[in-house]
Ligand binder design. Structure first.
Ligand code: 5GP
Ligand code: ZN
Length: 114
């Protein structure tokens, strides 16, 4: 069994509130939400960080982004606006080493991030 928390969520061995899933991607509610809408969109396959994304994964990255847009519509924040963030590496604030996009919205988000 994988040590990766998000691989376990994909496998269903760690419970999560899944909001969307298809053959390439899984999306679920963040356990520690930073906004009224805070969904994590991840690839089913394990890729540890943005820096590890291979050239052949370009379409997959696009699919993850499109999935965020679809969820934003489904969550009713398509018009009010939202932010899609990916944290990469130590200084980027990455804590889970399985690539993920954060979809945040439902309130006015400040800028710049800390
Ligand atoms: P990062 O800091 O790597 O960009 O984001 C990791 C995110 O995963 C955090 O927002 C954190 O709250 C979330 N997270 C960590 N462990 C779990 C978990 O077991 N379940 C869910 N749903 N979210 C998690
Ligand atoms: Zn993983």
């Amino acid at each position: 069994m994988s040590e990766c928390i998000f691989c376990r969520i994909v496998a269903g061995t760690i419970p999560s509130k899944i909001v969307y899933a298809d053959d390439q991607a899984v999306a679920f509610e963040d356990i520690n939400p930073q906004a009224p809408v805070h969904v994590l969109v991840i690839p089913r396959k394990h890729v540890s960080s943005l820096g590890e994304v291979a050239e052949g994964d370009q379409a997959l990255l696009g699919h993850l982004m499109r999935t965020c847009l679809k969820i934003a519509q489904d969550k009713g924040i398509g018009a009010s606006g939202y932010r899609i963030v990916t944290n990469a590496g130590r200084d980027g604030g990455q804590t889970v080493f399985h690539v993920h996009l954060h979809l945040l919205g439902g309130r006015a988000l400040s800028w710049p991030p800390g």
